[in-house]
Design a protein around this ligand. Structure first.
Ligand SMILES: Nc1ncnc2c1ncn2[C@@H]1O[C@H](COP(=O)(O)OP(=O)(O)OP(=O)(O)O)[C@@H](O)[C@H]1O
Ligand SMILES: [Mg+2]
Length: 284
């Protein structure tokens, strides 16, 4: 299935790293529908990267399974792409060369240049096509990495804080562009962030994780129509709801405050059960 969003089912995933034997993920279960954008939100060390690595097959969970489009994940695949905080470009190659790398590795030489040109246009880097990547800014390098990820037409993108090293303005522009492109192409997106604004900017839904051991404690829909802009009242309301749920789930909220109650898991794990819980405001 090329160029369509992937369906993800995570079933009872728990994980211990062998070296420390500490349990870092406990009984994680959730489902992501094709074309949905999901943020994994939580404090440092709560297991977000571990979970993302397990989702894309770079690591095996100690117990439990991940299914992508119904097939159990047992290793990496060209149907999904993971992007990290550092763009990991090959410094001796041009922008064009880097964008075409994924296609070359997949042995897809036919139409390669046309596809690379299309990707460069998509991320607005056509004018930089023949530059060496070392001569680009950090934000431009992340665009190159994003274009390289999209070139092989994955069904699923997994992003591990890919914009956290960038300045606010560049990050904001990339968040908007990535959401627009992912939505235009109908891809499924799962991304990790510490940043509540980033979650509201890009996600249809946020899964909130708590640490020790890492687990999902709330599943919050972010229902905002059209392109998202941080100055709007709707954005501010969504941000407040997410922050309230995060603080409540993390035990940070003042118990005397009116709080936004997260819907506690367990979450449905069958494909048929797609309805998402709503956040409810509890009166003081
Ligand atoms: N290779 C490893 N061996 C042993 N323990 C590890 C390993 N990698 C991570 N951990 C531990 O697992 C826990 C979860 O780590 P992980 O990197 O998934 O957290 P994270 O939520 O992505 O954190 P951050 O936001 O800081 O990136 C942490 O306690 C970490 O110390
Ligand atoms: Mg991490």
């Amino acid at each position: 299935m090329k160029g369509q969003g992937a369906h993800i089912a995570v079933e009872k995933v728990s994980h211990r790293y062998r070296r420390t034997a500490l349990q870092v993920l406990d009984d994680i279960a959730f489902e992501v529908q094709p074309g949905q954008c999901v943020a994994l939100v939580g404090r440092s060390g709560c297991g977000k990267s571990t979970l993302l690595h397990i989702l894309c097959g770079l690591m095996s969970a100690s117990t439990g399974n991940v299914y992508i489009d119904g097939a159990r994940v047992s290793g990496p695949s060209s149907d999904w792409v993971m992007m990290f905080q550092a763009p990991s470009l090959l410094p001796w190659m041009s922008v064009r060369g880097n964008v075409g790398l994924g296609l070359r590795f997949a042995g897809r030489r036919e139409g390669l240049q046309a596809r690379v040109d299309e990707m460069l246009d998509l991320v607005d880097l056509t004018a930089f096509a023949d530059r060496n990547v070392q001569d680009l800014s950090g934000g431009q390098q992340q665009r190159v990495a994003f274009a390289r990820s999209l070139a092989p037409e994955p069904d699923l993108l997994l992003l591990d804080e890919p914009f956290s090293a960038l300045d606010t303005f560049t990050r904001h522009a990339l968040q908007r562009d990535v959401r627009r492109i992912v939505k235009e192409r109908g891809l499924t997106l799962v991304f990790v962030t510490h940043d509540i604004n980033e979650a509201v900017m890009m996600a249809d839904r946020a899964l909130i994780m708590a640490p020790d051991p890492g687990r999902i404690v709330a599943d919050i829909p972010i229902d905002l129509d059209g392109e998202r802009a941080s100055g709007t009242p709707a954005f501010a309301a969504a941000r407040e709801a997410l922050l309230g749920a995060y603080e409540s789930a993390s035990g940070l909220a003042n118990p005397d405050d009116p709080v936004v109650a997260p819907t506690l898991l367990p979450m449905p794990t069958t494909r048929a059960s797609v309805a998402q819980p709503k956040v409810q405001r509890i009166s003081a």
